[in-house]
Design a protein around this ligand. Structure first.
Ligand code: FEO
Length: 382
């Protein structure tokens, strides 16, 4: 039991290779679901279809012979909606509670309309007895049909994907690292909408957050709320320089390493050097948003930039990166264009400050490059 007759009935997924088809999850994934046992019983969301039997068994155990009155559907992405079909077949009289848009998606996914449905909209309430649920829409956190649910009696916010993280619940790990990678990967583009949700829920007294992924949060909530505020306003969370590098034979990487060493010698708070070809792209994206300064170092390739750098910058710009200081380092043996190409990719981004001392390497580092890297390090430390 979590609190006040709210029970956890979710599952851990250690079989998954890529979450949402792209994110590595070394510690698996949790699909959370909850049951509120009151005069009326509400099940809060389902789980990925692969775990429907385990979820239904968990639910049945808590129900202890009773039939649920409601299945509340916060979000129709299949990691949460995949077992709705099995649920409504097992409990055909249970009323499904969702937004109109969620019911449309439910029809698209399952090819039928629910026999018993309750369509809810902003601030509609549903009394279970002591627990009175208030539904609040949260469009684009992470899909347009999303709603969160506040329970006044237990002061619990069922937050859908918000405040979620990668990782199954049977493995202990620091919250922020995998929550940050999850946030910027999954909802990073929608900072404005996350801000809207934070503002909306700030008027409620919240003691517990029950997300659809990651642990239930019931202590030190200001820590989590404050991180979500920082992330969704695109403010840098930490002082530091992230150097993202795409190198072929190592000369471009050598320039990046030299810059890292210079910055560390100068006492930079934190320097992260990422080899974009070899390290997890989602981790690189997370670091680019996390630190206040970003250096992009790429070879010129096919009169363009190296594909890993192109993919990286695309991830940043499609997630609306902003409020950042950026510098460029390029390499090219005959017609270096990487700095120009990289800068042009940020054209539509807001609030980017470009540094003056960019670096151009022609094949391999020379004395002028060393001096330029020193100047760039000095400018980054100003
Ligand atoms: Fe966890 Fe957007 O689904």
């Amino acid at each position: 039991m979590i609190n006040n007759d709210i029970y956890y009935v979710g599952v851990n997924d250690h079989q998954i290779d890529l979450f949402e088809g792209q994110y590595i999850v070394p510690n698996g994934m949790a699909y959370n679901s909850y049951v509120i046992m009151d005069e009326k019983i509400a099940v809060m969301d389902s789980v990925d279809e692969h775990f429907k039997d385990e979820w239904l068994a968990n639910t049945q155990k808590v129900l202890d012979g009773k039939t649920p009155d409601y299945l509340v559907v916060s979000h129709m992405e299949p990691d949460h909606s995949g077992s709705i079909d099995a649920f409504v077949k097992k409990y055909p009289d249970t009323e499904v509670v969702a937004t109109a848009m969620a019911f449309n998606m439910l029809r698209q996914f399952f090819g039928y309309d629910c026999a018993h449905k309750l369509t809810v909209k902003e601030k509609d309430t549903l009394s279970l007895g002591k627990h009175v649920l208030t539904f609040l829409t949260a469009p684009m956190v992470h899909w347009p049909e999303v709603m969160v649910t506040y329970d006044e009696y237990s002061k619990t916010l069922f937050s859908a994907d918000a405040f979620g993280k990668f990782g199954a619940l049977d493995i202990q790990e620091e919250w922020a690292c995998e929550a940050r990678r999850y946030y910027f990967g999954i909802v990073g583009k929608y900072g404005m909408q996350v801000q809207g949700l934070l503002k909306k829920v700030s008027t409620y007294d919240i003691k517990t957050i029950c997300p659809l992924h990651g642990p239930v949060l019931d202590e030190n909530l200001n820590y989590y709320l404050s991180l979500y505020n920082t992330w969704s306003t695109y403010e840098a969370e930490s002082k530091g320089v992230m150097i993202a590098c795409a190198s072929v034979y190592g000369h471009t990487m050598k320039a990046a390493e030299l810059l890292k060493n210079k910055l560390e010698e100068m006492g930079c708070e934190k320097v992260v050097l990422c080899d974009l070809a070899r390290e997890d792209m989602a981790e690189a994206v997370e670091d680019a948003f996390r630190y206040d300064r970003l250096v992009l170092s790429s070879v010129t390739y096919n009169a363009d930039i190296f594909p890993f750098m192109k993919e990286f910058i695309n991830h940043l710009t499609e997630r609306n990166i902003q409020k950042k200081k950026i510098a460029f380092m390029e390499n090219g043996s005959w017609a270096p264009v990487a700095n120009k190409v990289m800068k042009s990719m940020f054209e539509k981004c807001k609030d980017i400050t470009y540094l003056e001392h960019n670096v151009t390497v022609l094949s391999a580092l020379n004395d002028k490059n060393m001096a330029d890297i020193e100047k760039l390090a000095e400018e980054l430390m100003k």
